[in-house]
Design a protein around this ligand. Structure first.
Ligand SMILES: Cc1cc2nc3c(=O)[nH]c(=O)nc-3n(C[C@H](O)[C@H](O)[C@H](O)COP(=O)(O)OP(=O)(O)OC[C@H]3O[C@@H](n4cnc5c(N)ncnc54)[C@H](O)[C@@H]3O)c2cc1C
Length: 386
């Protein structure tokens, strides 16, 4: 049975949920808004399979390599690139797998801002996976479905955060020739409870009900990044990430899952066959022709990753880049986010005073700036001592 000593020891990947032969485990939100396994003791037979597949407990590592290289890349179909978070490379990988009559697994945003992993095997079906959704997705028992597809001989592309990709490989326990994994370079997953409160307060201000959100709105180009919330009455609110308090708090690492601050897979070589990241600050030859439609870093870490990328290459504009350049532009490709001393204070304050007032204090207010500075110094010292 899963017996969590520390919250940071679980990334909520759901490997245990899929492994349980009695369906005794499900992922449920804790009081901070992160998914953790909960076991129905009446169903559990203590077989220990949940512990056996846990990628955190077993410090899961995959035999990957640096030697396949890194690319700056974007999808030549500008409409697809615009409908994606960065360069739209995920769409090309998905379309290739579907053209081979395979199945694609990705993250879908449901009506009530719930995120789930689901399956698609058609060109219309996979589109819902496009765009980064800045919440934690529930994998339910999707790893089981992946295994069924693999055993039928289907080509499968699984996409998710690095911990979810590690969880899938750990659950499967062996390499499958027909499985391709793609991890999105991940800043961490933010709290669902904080998000829900942000939306609730926004609804009051807007006097309508938020029905959907786009964390990567490219209507007026990729950079600077914009977040748009859509309301029932047809209105919408668009802000840049920095001016959107929820996204800014996320970028300040204020309310990430405890396991993100000690992520085992925010490193090179990556755990997925292919990894995708935003290429912010790119200054190379693709800049002009890209016309601010969005650019990705593509990191390839295995033969299968190289093979899949090669299959899509004529639909991609790309050139190879150095590891140094990649590390400079995408910190989380090789480093997990830093823990924040203020996190505990934030949650305490948030429970009493709601989201916007507290976000203002912890992110923007001048009055609170000296304390923020002090926290930064303490964080730095803790970092050096670690
Ligand atoms: C929570 C999160 C944090 C990220 N942090 C960083 C970062 O710090 N630095 C960086 O360079 N890039 C980060 N990314 C990745 C980046 O935003 C793009 O997803 C990536 O560049 C792929 O872009 P694309 O245009 O090829 O794909 P898109 O067409 O936008 O496809 C998005 C892909 O992400 C998957 N996905 C969407 N939401 C989630 C989710 N919540 N959990 C798991 N998988 C999801 C989908 O299944 C799909 O495969 C993050 C993504 C997410 C979801």
């Amino acid at each position: 049975m899963i017996d969590l000593k520390r919250k940071a020891d679980c990334c909520g990947c759901g490997a245990c949920v899929s492994a349980c032969p009695k369906d005794a485990i499900s992922l449920k939100y804790d009081e901070e808004g992160f998914l953790y396994p909960q076991t129905d003791r009446n169903l559990c037979v203590d077989c220990g399979l949940c512990n056996k597949v846990c990628p955190k407990e077993n410090d899961y590592k995959r035999n990957q390599s640096y030697s396949y290289g890194f690319f700056a890349a974007y999808n030549k179909d500008k409409a697809q690139a615009r409908d994606s978070s960065s360069g739209g490379i995920f769409s090309l990988l998905a379309e290739y797998i579907i053209s081979q009559k395979g199945a694609v697994y990705g993250v879908e945003l449901l009506d009530n801002f719930q995120l789930v992993h689901s399956r698609a095997d058609s060109l219309e079906g996979y589109v819902k996976f496009r765009k980064s959704k800045y919440l934690q997705s529930n994998t339910n028992n999707v790893f089981r479905q992946v295994k069924e597809d693999l055993n039928k001989g289907l080509k499968v592309l699984f996409t998710g955060t690095p911990c979810q990709v590690a969880g899938l490989h750990s659950f499967l326990g062996k390499e499958y020739k027909n499985l391709y994994t793609c991890d999105v370079v991940c800043h961490g997953v933010p709290s669902k409870i904080v998000f829900d409160k942000y939306i609730e307060e926004l609804n009051q201000k807007q006097r309508s009900k938020a029905v959907s959100a786009c964390w990567r709105d490219k209507e007026n180009g990729w950079y600077p990044n914009k977040v748009t919330v859509l309301f029932e009455d047809g209105s919408k609110k668009t802000t840049t990430s920095i001016n959107n308090p929820y996204q800014a708090g996320f970028l300040h690492n204020l309310y990430l899952s405890p396991s993100c601050y000690v992520c085992n897979w925010a490193k090179l070589p990556r755990v997925g066959d292919i990894s995708l990241a935003d290429f912010w600050g790119y200054k190379g030859p693709l800049l002009e022709e890209n016309e601010n439609a969005g650019l990705s870093i593509v990191a390839i870490s295995s033969d299968k990753g190289a093979e899949l990328f090669a299959k899509c290459k004529d639909k991609i504009s790309c050139h190879s880049v150095s590891e140094e350049e990649v590390k400079l532009r995408s910190r989380h490709i090789y480093k997990h986010p830093k823990a924040k001393i203020e996190r505990t204070l934030f949650f305490r304050d948030f429970r009493k005073n709601g989201f916007h007032a507290v976000a203002e204090k912890y992110i923007y207010s001048k009055e609170y700036a000296p304390r923020r500075f002090l926290f930064r110094v303490i964080d730095k010292i803790v970092d050096i001592l670690r």
